[in-house]
Design a protein around this ligand. Structure first.
Ligand code: CA
Length: 220
């Protein structure tokens, strides 16, 4: 899952980026409002973590602009303890949730999963397709009742497909999901991960539409 982190504090930003990357998220880090707006204009994000006290503009203005576009990104505001009025304004401007600094990284991860579920209209934390089950919280994958060990990138790729069953995702869409800014994208990375997923989960689990992209096979 691709996350935009908007935070000017180096220590908080570095800690959040490291923690979420370890959890398998792809994190792009914008240090001010103008970097954030460039990033938001350049590509879709599923989640935006937004500090409100930014050096150039208020995070609230970034949020208001984002909600004026058709973006369906989930937004979690990161604020200081004494900024109650800002948190209320943030929720009223279209934020999905907020966290008060200093916060626990595990709680941040859990909030991200929760806002993602709500955005996708799912209250159920598991993704299920036939005999395949993914748990985004624990990073567990069950196939035909047995646990299967997946790499972080294999898990992200499979999660992208399982979140939109029936949809065809292009290689470019999957690459976007797997790599952040400046990440080296090897030309055949997606194909390699798909190959490995098919070895682990059966050839029929992921279908290729030649020249178009990939989608889940029929549930079995
Ligand atoms: Ca700040």
């Amino acid at each position: 899952m691709r996350v935009l982190l908007v935070e000017d504090d180096d220590m908080i930003g570095a800690a959040v980026r490291q923690g979420l990357t370890q959890d398998g998220y792809v994190v792009d880090w914008a240090r001010d409002a103008s970097e954030a707006e460039l990033a938001l204009g350049a590509q879709p994000y599923e989640v935006v973590l937004l500090d409100l006290g930014l050096p150039d503009r208020s995070g609230l203005e970034v949020l208001a602009d984002l909600r004026r576009t058709a973006s369906d990104a989930a937004v979690v505001i990161l604020t200081a303890r004494d900024a109650v009025a800002d948190r209320i304004a943030g929720l009223d401007t279209g934020a999905d949730d907020y966290l008060v600094k200093p916060f626990d990284l595990d709680e941040l991860s859990a909030r991200i999963r929760a806002v993602q579920r709500r955005r996708k209209g799912r209250a159920e934390p598991l993704l299920v397709h036939g005999q395949l089950t993914l748990n985004p919280a624990s990073h567990e994958c069950l196939w035909q009742g047995a646990a299967v060990s997946l790499s972080a990138k294999e898990f992200s790729l499979l999660q992208a497909l399982m979140e939109r069953p029936g949809a065809v995702l292009s290689r470019a869409q999957l690459e976007e999901r797997l790599y952040g800014w400046g990440g080296e994208v090897e030309s055949n990375a997606v194909e390699v991960h798909i190959y490995n997923l098919r070895k682990k989960l059966g050839a029929e689990t992921i279908r290729t539409l030649r020249g178009v992209g990939y989608l889940l096979g029929n549930p079995s």
